[in-house]
Design a protein around this ligand. Structure first.
Ligand code: GTP
Length: 398
């Protein structure tokens, strides 16, 4: 019953299911989708924006994780979205099916991650790669920097050119991964070499218009979260508005830097336009961890199951260099982390007032988004029922 309602609600979901069976991938998130649907439909919590409404009619951007075997694709997914500790990834088994994961049930960022097995020949004629690339927002190609990368580069070239022919709007992101084993000089040298070779290959094929972005990553530090943040940010249509709001907020509050974080994944979905330095980012991640850990241990009454993060969540940390870190809840999934001087923190009342205005503005941005999503949902519902009528499958749509 629920699944019939779900299907009727969105033609796109139906399309996805068709894709699922065509590709034979593993998806352990179906039940979560149903839960998310009933929650969204019933409007479970007043005043909480349903950013994670998985059946909103919006086509969720797809992020593909590709690369050679053992390059680290599954580890990246597990560490960023499942809080797996990096050491545990040593025991991960090789992926032998495409694994799809919906990153929308527990966090703000709403997309699907498809983890491809390294050995798969997705250019096999029986494999419908066009269908895969058509709905893709970003393609992350993982290259193991500790290994010989000649084969990886030719695979990257093949993948990118095929994908570009199907969908020129895909963002191509190259993770030069496992850089934890390399010295700083070596890292830069590898990046330069990979960058040059990959772009030369494209130039030789007269495909200079394909833009590749490169990131040095490792699951053993924050670089993987930072890189993923940038990949995800490119898929958020409201990003310029969010950045603008943050700029206005910090300039009126005497704040030096502000990040808007997705609490669950620790991906920052926006920051003001001043440059990001890795240390501030790492400190912000640590602060979120501290808040969640302390809340889990001491904040939940009678160790009941509940959310360690709610609208009361906030934290202030004074660093020994006269900097203050200030964390405040923005929505159920988002937190703002600010860096400011001790003197500026004296005007906390003003900061809190500005924050209140910022929060309201964010709410408005997402109200608009919600409306757009609802309209799309209606449209796709109509399209879907028309389609089922013409195919004589009216029964399925009800
Ligand atoms: N040193 C280091 N090792 C890593 C890093 N990321 C992953 N690994 C290791 O690389 C090995 C392979 O990782 P997987 O995530 O299974 O690789 P995969 O690309 O998913 O492999 P397939 O499923 O076979 O395609 C594991 O032993 C990980 O612990 C990293 O950033 N640094």
């Amino acid at each position: 019953m629920a699944s019939q309602r779900q299907r009727a609600a969105s033609g796109e979901e139906e399309e996805e299911e068709e894709e699922d069976s065509a590709l034979g991938y593993y998806d352990d998130e179906d039940d979560d989708d149903l839960e998310a649907f009933s929650e969204a439909e019933l409007g479970s919590e007043d005043g909480v924006l349903r950013f994670s409404d998985s059946l909103s009619g919006e086509v969720k951007p797809r992020i593909l994780l590709m690369g050679l075997r053992r390059s680290g694709k599954s580890s990246i997914q597990k560490v960023v979205f499942h809080k797996m500790s990096p050491n545990e990834t040593l025991f991960l088994e090789s992926t032998n099916k495409i694994c799809r994961e919906d990153v929308s049930s527990s966090s703000f960022v709403s997309f699907q991650i498809w983890d491809f097995p390294g050995q798969i020949d997705f250019f096999d004629p029986t494999f419908d790669y066009e269908m895969i690339f058509r709905g893709t927002g970003a393609l992350i190609f993982v290259i193991d920097s500790q290994d010989d990368y000649v084969e990886a580069l030719s695979r990257l070239h093949l993948t990118v050119t095929r994908a570009y022919n199907v969908n020129p709007d895909i963002n191509f992101e190259v993770f030069i991964h496992k850089v934890d084993g390399l010295s700083d000089d070596h890292k830069i040298e590898k990046q330069r070499d990979i960058h040059k070779r990959a772009n030369d290959d494209l130039a030789d094929a007269s495909l200079e218009r394909i833009l590749l972005s490169f990131y040095l990553t490792s699951i053993y530090d924050h670089s993987i979260f930072e890189a993923f943040s940038k990949v995800v940010q490119k898929l958020i249509p409201q990003l310029p508005t969010l950045e603008n709001l943050l700029n206005i907020f910090i300039s009126n509050s005497g704040i030096e830097k502000a990040f808007l974080f997705d609490v669950v994944s620790k991906i920052y979905i926006a920051t003001d336009s001043s440059p990001v330095d890795m240390q501030t980012y790492e400190l912000s991640c640590d602060m979120i961890d501290v808040v969640i850990d302390i809340s889990c241990i001491y904040g939940l009454a009678n160790s009941e199951a509940g959310s360690p993060y709610d609208n009361e969540s906030m934290a202030i940390i004074h660093l020994n260099n006269t900097t203050v870190m200030y964390l405040k809840e923005v929505t159920k999934f988002l937190a703002m982390v600010c860096f400011l001087r001790k003197e500026s923190f004296g005007r906390k009342g003003l900061i809190d007032y500005n924050f209140h205005c910022f929060k309201k503005a964010i709410q408005e941005v997402f109200d608009v988004r919600l409306k757009v999503q609802q309209n799309r949902k209606l449209l796709s519902q109509r399209r879907w029922s028309k389609l089922t009528m013409t195919n004589g499958g009216v029964g399925n749509a009800h």
